[in-house]
Design a protein around this ligand. Sequence first.
Ligand code: ATP
Length: 257
Amino acid sequence: MSIVDNDPTNYQLPASPLIQVEHLTRIITNRTQKTTLLHDVTFAVPAQKLLTINGPSGSGKSTLLNMLTGIDKPTEGRVVFAGQELKAQGENALARWRGRNVGIIFQFFQLISTLTAFENVLLALELGGGGGLPRNAWRKRAQDCLEIVDLGSFAHRLPSELSGGQQQRVAIARALANNPPVLIADEPTGNLDSKTAYSVFNILAGLTEQGKTVIYVTHDSQLASYADARINLLDGRIVSAHGTQAIVTAKQEEVHS
Ligand SMILES: Nc1ncnc2c1ncn2[C@@H]1O[C@H](COP(=O)(O)OP(=O)(O)OP(=O)(O)O)[C@@H](O)[C@H]1O
């Protein structure tokens, strides 16, 4: 077991972590067996950086994301977000916390097909309460979010009139609508060709300069390597990490990549 912060390009003072993941273990028990989906996972998510969670199918990425968003609870360990432990909150409080603090971006965009790009973003403001803005500022905010992802002139198109990459940019605009400090993207480019994937990755990476902390889950190790910080998972354990304080729990002979 070792603590690593071994990226030679990480010469700046590390930003203080916004999210601390401490000894997370998730075990599922059914009638016949116990399955360990995550095993003693510890790392810090640096504020205003993009951190990738990388690993092959079945390595535990989605399980870990569900803990980070408070959708699932760990069997052991805890997630501490800006000093507050998630587990300590009830379901309703957690849902409110998610609405204020986390914008989620999905692999298949999950835009509402009958609404325009603008209306999809506006709906997020209506459902999320506008991120502290008065109602009369929401339409401008929706348009501004589309401008951030360079889709201002596509605001009145339906999702079916947009390319896959453009739809994912609308989904990023929607995630930004209520101005959360953290964006969590679950295989956001898994459904896109590599060139489009790279441009969507760049948009998300660029948002760190506007103060956002981005957690980006991907099975694409090349894309993951462009990130400020990354952890690599295999069989529910961290097998390596760069640019973040993480505890590697895999034994050397278990590392396949
Ligand atoms: N409810 C469950 N019961 C038993 N095993 C589960 C359950 N949910 C997930 N698993 C197993 O846990 C492991 C981790 O799954 P997880 O979905 O977190 O992986 P992943 O890295 O996100 O994979 P993918 O890239 O394919 O989405 C897998 O082996 C999966 O089969």
